[in-house]
Design a protein around this ligand. Structure first.
Ligand SMILES: [Fe+2]
Length: 248
């Protein structure tokens, strides 16, 4: 049994020690609550046996973000720490999990830890149990689905740290197009131009594991809004038209 109100309360109390009025912190808090709801929604069609455990994975998945930005003043993992591993370390090695007073079987705690650790990895590690794999996949899907919303609600210049001019005029790299053709995520090292970042985010739709996650992403409409991007570069404009007719 997971006391969801208790979890919400402890979470709110934990984040209140950070700058909750800072829009970037607020964004992570809202993202957390949305991902938790999405996890719960995806759980049943994904074949999970415990909706509350799926919800909990969502509630705690980005707990490392707050300490990351406090210590390193950035959300960029490459310039600081892997926020997923960092969050799992805070919870399970430094005892943060105890604050939530959960009385979960050790097997559930392992699932929770694994899901948090792997949520932003490019690929899941080998050797996960079937149950771990399911909860990991639910969380990864839920996180991606909400990333589409975040990317619509935040100016792309801010997310990708590029100028409007670069975004409007740049061309899509061949290697990034190749990922779209292969219907796969784009490795960080392949992103070169400003617009590559947006295309890479769109490629996340290919990584959604469960059909229900694709349905939710489609129904929310954020992917279509990102696809409506209008470029001043004719090649990029044509590429977006191609993506619009092939993404789903
Ligand atoms: Fe995350």
């Amino acid at each position: 049994m997971i006391d969801k109100n208790q979890v919400r309360q402890v979470f709110d109390q934990y984040v209140s020690a950070y700058h909750v009025d800072d829009p970037k912190i607020r964004l992570k808090i809202d993202h957390t609550y949305r991902v938790a709801e999405l996890c719960q929604r995806i759980a049943t069609p994904a074949g999970a046996d415990d909706l509350d455990l799926a919800w909990l994975c969502g509630m705690l998945h980005d707990i490392g973000r707050f300490e990351q930005v406090k210590r390193y003043n950035t959300f960029v993992d490459a310039q600081s720490v892997d926020h997923a591993q960092f969050g799992a370390d805070l919870l399970f090695q430094e005892g943060l999990i105890d604050r939530f007073s959960l009385s979960l079987p050790s097997e559930d705690l392992r699932v929770l830890e694994q899901a948090i650790r792997c949520h932003s990895a490019y690929r899941l590690p080998e050797g996960l149990s079937d149950r771990e794999r399911i909860y990991c996949s639910i969380l990864r899907d839920a996180d991606k689905v909400d990333i589409f919303r975040v990317n619509c609600d935040t100016p792309p210049e801010q997310i990708y740290n590029v100028t409007t001019e670069a975004l409007k005029t740049s061309a899509v790299s061949e290697a990034v197009k190749e990922c779209f053709y292969n219907r796969t995520a784009v490795l960080r090292s392949l992103k070169v131009t400003a617009i590559d970042y947006l295309v890479a985010h769109l490629c996340l739709t290919f990584e959604l594991v469960y059909p229900v996650s694709r349905e939710i992403a489609r129904e929310q409409g954020y992917v279509d809004r990102l696809l409506a991007f209008s470029s001043d570069n004719p090649d990029t404009q044509a590429w977006f038209a191609y993506m619009r007719s092939h993404i789903w």
